[in-house]
Design a protein around this ligand. Structure first.
Ligand code: ZN
Length: 299
């Protein structure tokens, strides 16, 4: 009897136990350096003190994927750092159920290259690139005079110019993820995805970037950070963060702006709110700011 009472009083989840948001980072295959990126994501999230992360890695490319069956429903937010082979059907189904039941999801960088043949996944990411995407995938989405423009012209989906530092343009300063952040700030050296295509069911466009044909870009004002309109789900799509060769040489992810968006977007995806203060070392319009060790500054 005493045992029964104790178990009734025990918190049901570990979130209740330590008040942290439970995050699952999915990685294991990518055309990028996922060995660096998934570790950087875990450090950024956990060093904030707000998240407790598990990592789940798939089988390697062309490996036996049948044992990749994570329990998405045990988490407040799932962070996709994955671009590789299809998952088993039961995992696809569990993922869709998690998202469609109002789950929190973060699409990070090349996760929007993944699963070009999985139709429902395109609606979850809203825009994707590469892997054979073209006009059949949906329109190009970019801004003309600050307003969204859908362009159905034929052509491949997904490209980027040379890596460089670039200004981030805030397109919605009222969203919980962006509220309080400066309207413009300088992102550290990174790729800027452009010419992405898809169903384009963007809910709130948060940041755009101006590409430059002189550095190989589309020449358009491109969406870079947004939320996705997908039923009850809270989906945060963050195109930034091309991983470097090592954790030490990884400016796109060492950027305080990137880290802040990952943290605020993950909290919003998990809870619908953002309680984090704007960090004091946030980049300005003129100057990038890096946290080389991925540690949030002491409060
Ligand atoms: Zn990249």
């Amino acid at each position: 009897m005493a045992t029964a009472i104790i178990s009734l009083l025990m918190p049901a989840t570990s979130q209740a136990k330590n008040n942290k948001i439970k995050a699952l980072i999915v990685s294991g295959q990518n055309n990028h350096n996922w060995q660096v990126s998934h570790k950087a994501i875990k450090m950024i999230l956990e060093n904030s003190g707000l998240f407790e992360c598990d990592i789940t890695l798939t089988a390697p490319a062309r490996g036996d994927m049948s044992k990749f069956t994570p329990d998405f429903s045990a988490y407040d937010v799932v962070v996709l750092d994955y671009n590789g082979d299809r998952w088993p059907k039961q995992t696809d189904d569990a993922f869709l159920k998690y998202v469609q039941n109002g789950g929190g999801l973060v699409i990070y960088h090349a996760a929007d290259n993944a699963f070009a043949q999985w139709e429902e996944f395109q609606r979850i990411i809203a825009l994707g690139g590469w892997e054979g995407r073209n006009e059949k995938s949906g329109p190009y989405y970019y801004l003309v005079d600050g307003k969204p423009f859908l362009d159905n012209s034929p052509g491949p989906g997904g490209s980027h110019g040379w890596q460089r530092e670039y200004p981030m343009n805030c397109r919605n300063s009222k969203h919980p993820i962006t509220k309080g952040l400066p309207d413009g700030w300088r992102h550290a050296q990174d790729e800027m995805y452009d010419r992405m295509r898809g169903p384009a069911n963007i809910k709130d466009l948060l940041y755009s970037g101006t590409t430059d044909p002189k550095t190989g870009g589309s020449g358009r004002e491109e969406p870079l950070v947004f939320t996705v309109d997908y039923g009850k789900a809270r989906i945060f799509h963050l195109m930034l963060g091309h991983a470097g060769p090592t954790l030490e040489k990884n400016p796109a992810m060492q950027c305080v702006g990137f880290q802040t968006l990952l943290l605020r977007g993950s909290e919003w995806a998990a809870t619908g709110k953002v309680k984090q203060a704007v960090p004091k070392d946030f980049p300005t319009a003129e100057k990038c700011s890096l946290r080389l060790d991925y540690k949030a500054p002491a409060k």
